[in-house]
Design a protein around this ligand. Sequence first.
Ligand code: 5GP
Length: 196
Amino acid sequence: MWVEGRGHLPGQLIVVSGPSGCGKSTVIRGALGRADLDVQLSVSATTRERRPGERDGVDYYFMDRDGFRGHVDRGEFLEWAEYNANLYGTPSVPVFDALAAGRSVILEIEVRGALQIRHLSPTALFVFIKAPDFRTLERRLRLRGTEDEPAILRRLRKAREELAEAHWYDVQLINDELDPCVQNFIVMLKTYGCGG
Ligand code: 5GP
């Protein structure tokens, strides 16, 4: 694949977006660690509070705003964006290292970050995962139980904004039932050259 400033790299970059509650993390997890795929998930940096069970360096690199700004100033993020008053960014070095070694990398990022990647690498594959409808999305978000009511309402507002961007993604996957959605995602990854 081709990346601005880096030229051709053998690995494939896959960008996955979708509103909170659509199940995108679960779908992605279903494809990781399979012997027939050579893909890894990029670990982002964030200034958001750690949720119960999340591990630093595994789920995210948790940092304060000053630390995050330092990485931005040194040009160490492939993309970054503010989402619900928190900053999120993709550290570039691990992504470039993996792509150079021929591994494929999944970025699970929101739509404004995805747009930055589209400018940087038009040959990346852009996948939008969504729930079958808005009521299902709302129910899933509430069932997750990780956020208070104002945060849920913020995320639902944000979800409407994100759904309005789904049209420019290469592939849209509807996460109605998890297993078929994971299978479709795996088939798609293999089709786009992420097989192991
Ligand atoms: P959460 O706080 O629920 O983990 O993530 C909130 C949103 O930020 C999700 O849509 C997630 O995909 C997105 N996100 C996570 N990491 C990054 C990143 O590195 N860059 C961007 N632009 N968005 C990210």
